[in-house]
Design a protein around this ligand. Sequence first.
Ligand code: GAL
Length: 638
Amino acid sequence: MKPKLGVCYYPEHWPEAMWADDAARMVETGISWVRIGEFAWSRMEPVPGDLRFDWLDHAVDTLGAAGLKVVMGTPTATPPRWMLEKHPDMLAVDANGNARKFGSRRHYCFSHPGYLQESVRIARIMGERYGRNPHVAAWQIDNEYGCHDTTISYSTAALTAFRGWLKDRYGSIDALNEAWGNIFWAMEYGDFDQIDLPNRTVTEPNPAHVLAFRRFSSDQVVAYNKAQVDALRTLTDAPLLHNYMGRVLDFDHFKVGEDLDIATWDSYPIGFLSDRLEADEDHKTAFLQQGDPDMQAFHHDLYRAVGRGRWWVMEQQPGPVNWAPYNPAPLPGMVQLWSLEAVAHGAEVVSYFRWRQAPFAQEQMHAGLLTPNNSPAPALTEVKQTADELSKLGGIVQVQAQVAIVFDYDSDWAWATQPQGAGFDYFRLIFSAYRALRCAGLSVDFISPVSLPCNGYKFILAPGLATLGGDLERRLRDSCELVVLGPRSGAITSDFQIQNPRPGLRGLNCNVDLVETLPPNIQREVEGGGAARHWIDRVSGSAPNLLRFRDGTPTLSGDDGLWYLAGFPDDTLWDRIVEMAARETDVALHPMPMGLRRRETATHVFLINYNAQPVVWNGDVIDSCSVAVTQKDAPEEE
Ligand code: GAL
């Protein structure tokens, strides 16, 4: 596969006279794809039913004539103002019961049937117009589901739909009462129509109620996306995709991904470092202008799984963004590094956000490849260099990694519903496991529980996997030589009741007698090095202890093919566990210095240096903010 570059473009922001020149400059820069349309509804349909597509026809023709392939976006993330007159109750409602307002974007509730119909209508109109257009080579549906906290809505439409969802799931109200344990605090219902949404309760609502609502809310995103997919499928053969965000876990991306052909995501490394990653100040300072060395790769690997192997970066940060608390510029080399790193992880396209910085409105301080007055911004040269690098690279062939992590959105909702300790966060736990594997120089795959069993892994980490119901434990064991469960894995049933004994531990003849959670300044030291924090499972039983806390209680217990980890590891403890698992399953490690990462494909080895200084590794010097690529003796590309 030969990766390509792309760019996000807003023809409606610029005079038509500029379009042809823009298109020619894109091609000169080495760009082959251009995404348009996703926020332009008010120009496509300025008043209800008055369709104005001439300008978009002209934009598609102009871009296409220059040799660019167009990704057409459905504009449903920005319903125009008149939509509210037609559907005054279409706005999402926050947990306090207040409707969110017009004046930015994503102002709709996924459960509103009227808005769903409007979305399908505009998708169909666009599909009829551009579905067979030779320049339109892919479709993006909506924009960043869930961004700005928009998955969950406490609207009347959501309430009606939730009751229907519960009826389908539980069949009878008695079954629901039983499954949720509603005898507690006399919360029993006599009818599905008595059930409310779990907000504004006096104290916490029943976690089973909240988890059901979280699952329902995710299903509403899946259904909303599917409705647009169904509208477009018959009208085009071009692939359908969506652009997901970083660290948004409120809906099941795997389920949305099943209906799409390609997963894409929006990568803002420097924004994410300050905005959505827990790390100490030294780390944030060292990588201030580069981004965290694992955050991008984490999402590349996750969305590769969501896209069943097919994925892109749809929006790549090109310079300072406008939305993080502080917005430093990338160090020279970083735009190219991020692009090559994405390609190393299998991106088919890396597309930059945006072509030219807008001089108006919310994102006027957000860099593009060009400045508002049309001169080159620093990233433009790096994009051109990246295009040259890619043309020299040759096809990159991906290969299954030796190790994998199970990623389960449902577990995040469960633990966010009842964290028990403020530090226990699913993303943080999984990210720390991922970082440990990467510090050991390993390439990593993510797998969703429903895709198990998958053949051929050496070892799989499944920390915090809330429910191990059905035959999931067996499917995990069938996928690899060694499964590492815990902490908290298998702790609840799918209806949020304690599962005791826990499925994974049952196989080891062990039990969790007690759990405790710890404040951030306290940790439990492990004999020989490392510690557990946030969460401790007190395990007893007959399985051999592979590691112990200083008080003699088990940290890691295990037998052939199954280990249970009884706490949330710090970095040192994760490193030890990865080393032990690698030794047990004959996986070769390549320990990495700080800020250097390694990605191996069937054809290439990539060494990615996020540091602001050169790094020496295995005798080679890797320049600061750069990627060193070695071509292996490549098998023929199919
Ligand atoms: C993304 C979004 C874009 C733009 C960008 C700015 O989240 O999809 O439309 O807002 O952020 O960084």
